[in-house]
Every structure is written in C-alpha cells, then in structure tokens.
Design a protein around this ligand. Structure first.
Ligand code: P6P
Length: 340
C-alpha cells in the first residue's frame, strides 16, 4: 500500500526544535500560534468575496492609506495569537503607529518580540490578486518581566531569530526559516494543516525574471534604468530577454522569484525618495528568507540585514533575489569612477 508520509508544520517545528539543545519550546510555541492565525486569516480571505469583509474599512491607516477591512481583521487575529502564545511580549505591525505592549504578567515574561505586516498587498484583495502576511521574530533586548520598549523593535535584521511569510494564492503556503535553511508548507484545507511541500528551498543563483513597477521608470535612478534596459536585451545564454513579472504584491512576487530565480526591485524614486517598502516588517523578514535560501538583499549600497532601523515604519529601497542578479544591479548602482 502506498504510504502517504505527511509532515505537518507542527511535526516539523517539534523535529527542528531538537536542533537547538537549549530550546525549551518557546519559539516552537510562537511559530505554532502564527500558523493558527494564518489559517484563520486564510479562511476569511477565501470567503472575502462572499461575506461583508471585502473592501475598505472606512478608516485610514497610520500612513494615510485606505485601510481594508481584512487588514484590520488580520492585524487583530495575529496580535491575539501572539498574545495567546505567552512567548511574545510585544508586537509592531504596519497597522499600528506604535508597538503593542503586552502588559499581563504572563506576556511580559515573553522572550520574543514580533514585527509584522499582517496583510501585505491588501489593496489587491478586491480584485482577487494574491496577498500575504509577513513576520519577523527577535529576542527582546529589555529584561524579561518588564514591559517591552521601542528599542526592542529597532534591531538590525541580522538579529532575527526567525522570519517568514504566508502567501494566500492559488494555494496557501507558509514559508519560514529559523536560521537553518528555508522550508515551505502548503495548507491542506481538507485536514486544516500546513504540510511540508517545499523542503530546504534554495533560490537559483541566476534567473530570468525581473519584478519592478516600470510605471515609475522615469523617476528611477540612472543605474536602475540601465539595469532594466539590461534585462530587456537578448541574454546570451538563453537567446532572449528576461521576463517582466510584477503583480504589485510583495509576498507573491518574491515567492515566485524565490522558487524560480529572479530579482524584485522597489527602488527609491521621486515619488518615494527612500523607497516604499518598510524595513522592519517587510524588507528584513523577506531578506532573511532570501539569504537563508542563498539569495541576496540590498538597499542598493548596504546589505538590508545590516541596517539598524531608526523608526518602526522606516522605508528602504529594496533589491532582493538571485545572488548574481542582485549583484549585477548593484554594479549598475555604484557610480563609476568616470562619472565622478
Ligand atoms: P506599487 C503593496 O501595497 C506593497 O506594499 C507591496 O506588497 C508591493 O510590492 C508594493 O506595495 C507595490 O507598490 O507602488 O508598485 O503599487
């Protein structure tokens, strides 16, 4: 009889916990609760068109952007799940101006803080385009037992102990790393479990996909313009130009490129002078995954993970994906001696 060996997310978390001799299960519990919240958000997203949860909440979020109802729902679900874990002492999310400080004694003992974009790309929801949730986990800097402080959330991305995302697409996947490689789990709705489907993801060193909003082309730095033209030339190896793939949803664009090879760019431009994407809860977790899978992530001049954030909602230019492609655009962005 054919054996169906299924490794669920929880099986995997527990198995991997054994890799950390001093682990007491705190991080495992945190990841387990993120998985539960992801299933709850997934259920709502799948029904968004059928129940009154699609569209704008009528509120404007802290960035002056229309807040979608599902944004609010996802924010509340993830914050509640993180509080319930008892391992998290505070959360910073895109939807809240300041960090959420958990004040009950159970939570203030928590060892970890979490930074999240609870529902990235939510403006796409009304049009049935894939969206995602992004999370980033750090050890707190302040003593356990005290309330968490802003400094706990302003650590360089290299200090992350875990990061990942959920992509609510043609299937729903949870992809995460605790620093020992990247693994992907696909939700099987028939059993309500995330099942290991993409073990030990490695991103190709080269690719033929570039993902950028070319509508901003005239506002891009010269080096970015040159790189885009480079992508449109005939590639000697393949005999054709690269393919442009951009759906305006970071998690979906990144996930496709992670598996197939490719580069995602969100450069600074005249309308977004330091880029659009958020360093703390978008660039850092995605960069952590990219590096763990053998890719590269840069702001054009520095490794993303080496930047120490100055504020929760700080933006950054973002170039992430296949090593050779990101290094190529970096060579276009470095001013040549001739231009000095
Ligand atoms: P633009 C979605 O709003 C988002 O934050 C990312 O998911 C996505 O990559 C980017 O913005 C798209 O921005 O300016 O190209 O529409």
């Amino acid at each position: 009889m054919k054996s169906y060996h299924i490794t669920t997310l929880n099986d995997f978390i527990i198995q991997k916990q054994k890799d950390f001799p001093y682990a007491k299960g705190e991080l495992s519990s945190l990841l387990h609760h993120i998985g539960i919240a992801a299933k709850m958000v997934n259920k709502k997203i799948n029904k968004a068109g059928l129940i009154d949860i699609i569209g704008r909440s009528g509120d404007i979020n802290i960035h002056g952007e229309d807040q979608q109802k599902l944004d609010v729902f996802a924010d509340e679900v993830f914050i509640s799940a993180l509080l319930s874990s008892g391992e998290c002492c505070g959360v910073a999310t895109e939807e809240n101006e300041n960090e959420i400080v958990f004040s009950d004694s159970f939570a203030t003992e928590g060892k970890y803080i979490v930074c999240m974009d609870p529902l990235d790309g939510s403006s796409n929801i009304d049009y049935n385009v894939s969206v995602g949730s992004i999370f980033s986990i750090y050890r707190r800097l302040t003593p356990r037992g005290e309330k968490v402080r802003n400094e706990d959330f302003l650590q360089a991305g290299s200090e992350q102990v875990a990061a990942g995302y959920i992509v609510y697409g043609s299937s729903t996947m949870l992809v995460y790393s605790t620093g020992n490689g990247v693994n992907g789990f696909t939700l099987d709705p028939s059993i309500g479990e995330f099942c290991l489907s993409h073990p030990d993801i490695k991103t190709p060193k080269d690719g033929h996909i570039y993902s950028v909003n070319e509508g901003n082309y005239i506002h891009f730095p010269e080096g970015v313009k040159k790189y885009i033209k480079f992508c449109q030339e005939i590639d000697k190896k393949s005999g054709r130009p690269y393919s442009s793939r951009y759906i305006g949803s970071l998690v979906s664009d990144f996930h496709r490129n992670l598996l197939k090879g490719g580069i995602f760019l969100y450069p600074e431009n005249e309308t977004a002078p330091i880029g659009k994407l958020r360093l703390v809860y978008e660039c850092n977790p995605i960069a952590f995954i990219a590096l763990q899978a053998g890719g590269v992530a840069s702001n054009g001049t520095s490794d993303i993970l080496e930047i120490t954030p100055k504020s929760l909602h700080q933006r950054s230019p973002f170039y992430v994906g296949s090593e050779n492609m990101v290094n190529k655009i970096k060579s276009f962005l470095v001013p040549t001696k001739l231009t000095r």
